[in-house]
Design a protein around this ligand. Sequence first.
Ligand code: AR6
Length: 180
Amino acid sequence: MDFEYKGKTVEILEGDITRIAADAVVNAANEGLRGGGGVDGAIHRAGGPAIMAECRRIGRCPTGQAVITTGGDLPAAYVIPTVGPVWRGGARGEEDLLRSAYEKSLALAVERGLRTIAFPSISTGVYGYPIEQASRVAIGAVLDHLAGETSLEKVIFVLFGAADYAVYEEAMRQAIASRA
Ligand code: AR6
């Protein structure tokens, strides 16, 4: 479903992020950029070895930061690996780190003048961040970004499964209503 905000579009979509033809797709990576399961595994499988080759050259990405690589064989031109926090109960700076992961990813996209970017639900898989809370952080960071000066015209949240999709759609409705 598409939502309009400040003249830009936020799309909430159920699907596989490796199939999205945005200018950049964000990867939920680990600090060692070593690849892994979940969306990280899917992106490296679909995108081919060029992405991992660049990750090796870059080396590391601290939690809350982001880097940028080729999109390899993906329909997206770039991959933006970012590292969300591991959930440890919520009092260890998780919210600030998750917000930072979104902000740094958006900033890298703007540095390249990109117009469209797609995010998975960072940290809500293996890293255990409760999705209701994570969805509010993710959407808040994106809407705050879109309210400022940006090259981005469209941000897509790609959710894996109907339950996750419903959580993000509801969080998006509430965020738009509370900002109206
Ligand atoms: N497209 C979109 N979303 C997906 C896809 C896909 N193809 N596959 C899974 N998801 P996770 P994290 C969803 O575990 O919690 C990796 O091993 C998934 O359902 O991928 O940030 C890394 O290497 C979930 O909602 O990322 C790190 O070590 C969301 O993506 C660690 O996991 C994120 O789940 C990062 O953990």
